[in-house]
Write a protein that binds this ligand. Sequence first.
Ligand SMILES: Nc1ncnc2c1ncn2[C@@H]1O[C@H](COP(=O)(O)OP(=O)(O)O)[C@@H](O)[C@H]1O
Ligand SMILES: [Mg+2]
Length: 253
Amino acid sequence: MLQKNLKLNLLYHELKSPLVVVETGVTSLLSRSSLYGSLSEKQEKVLRRIQRNARTAQLLVNDMLELGCVQKGIIREIPIKASSIISEVLEQVFDLTNHNLSTKIKNVIDLTRFQSILAEDGIIVSTSLEIWEKEFYLDKRKIKQIIRNLMLNAIKHMKNSIEITIKEKNSSFMFSVQDDGMGISPKYHKKIFEAYFQMDKTEENNERGHGLGLAGALILVEEMGGELLLESDVGKGAKFIVLLPMPEKINEG
Ligand SMILES: Nc1ncnc2c1ncn2[C@@H]1O[C@H](COP(=O)(O)OP(=O)(O)O)[C@@H](O)[C@H]1O
Ligand SMILES: [Mg+2]
């Protein structure tokens, strides 16, 4: 079993380099027309599609490597500001889904400014300045992976808006994301957390997912001693809530 895991981790690791070559090559073709000559509209469209998919594949590989670390029990808890978790994840997620928005929020850390840019695209960020600037003791890569997967799902299913809430609740870090999409029938609330399960399997979906996002997020949340809750019903959108207990600060001496 362990041997098999190790082989898989090596495979994921080996996948990283060719993906980097594909992604940087395409990005270079798209951005350096002075060097390569200009592109027709159709060529650019195909290249953008390759670029998006290469980036998605990179995220998947990183996710799988991260899960490998969890299983080996590697933890990296460092103090991290809520603002940097949220802004970095949203920039990454919108880079795949709404490139324009991703560019607009790049390097914006002022909460009011961040909120107003996102609100124009129907993304509501509800939090207080105190929480936004607070440092939490969490594993940055894991929390980012969890939030990234929930956000990609919310974006995929949203009609007009998404509400993101960041709070502290009973000394736990709470993050929730609510969309106004088609919602999930209670009979699927357990199933969707199983690996490879997809309610709405279509060609378009398969481009971006494999039914591993929620399964991975649940593993990470549980490894961190937290909870991943779902409130949803058909036609009522979906709200995913992450609750992570904060480890006590270690007393020196
Ligand atoms: N916000 C959401 N609204 C409606 N359905 C959702 C939402 N998030 C997840 N689902 C359902 O749960 C399934 C599993 O999600 P996930 O594990 O992220 O896989 P994937 O995104 O690759 O399909 C999805 O295929 C979809 O049917
Ligand atoms: Mg998903």
